[in-house]
Ligand binder design. Structure first.
Ligand code: C5P
Length: 139
């Protein structure tokens, strides 16, 4: 709870649905030791000060998965907006079908390519769950 009139802390995260040639979407599993460990999410991460969402995503995808994405290949799809107890998360979701390199979980995270209609079989953070319907509609 925040005091009456106090603005909740806003956390800005950006996420990406990587879509392969078979129309499958990449999800990654949050590792032990992190908040929401074990849950599956669309890869991405927090914006650093001064970054635009696309820049943050390109950086995160290189750091976490070892792939290179060019900015024109990032198509904005929707936003997640979720009120967690401690903060409000705002998270744009992009879709990307072109990258170079081979996806690897460079931070020890498990990775899975999943058909959009199977995404609900994987437990996700509450902010991510509403994004699935948008991906099913798109793909
Ligand atoms: O990934 P990171 O821990 O930096 O993200 C900060 C917070 O944002 C997480 O603790 C989680 O509550 C939320 N988050 C989320 N869905 C994601 C990524 C982060 O709900 N895909």
């Amino acid at each position: 709870m925040t005091a009456a009139g106090a603005a909740p802390k806003l956390v800005l995260v950006v996420a990406c649905a990587l879509v392969d040639a078979d129309g499958r979407v990449l999800i990654t599993q949050r590792p032990e030791g992190k908040a929401l460990a074990g849950l599956w999410e669309f890869p991405g991460g927090k914006l650093e000060p001064g970054e635009r969402p696309e820049q943050a995503l390109i950086r995160e995808l290189a750091e976490e998965l070892g792939i290179a994405v060019e900015e024109p290949c990032l198509a904005p799809l929707t936003f997640a907006s979720h009120a967690y107890e401690a903060f409000h998360l705002l998270m744009p979701l992009y879709v990307c079908r072109r990258w170079t390199g081979v996806v690897q979980g460079l931070e020890g995270q498990a990775t899975r390519w999943v058909r959009p209609e199977r995404l609900r079989d994987f437990p996700m953070p509450p902010a991510d769950e509403p994004l699935i319907a948008h991906l099913i509609d798109l793909l």
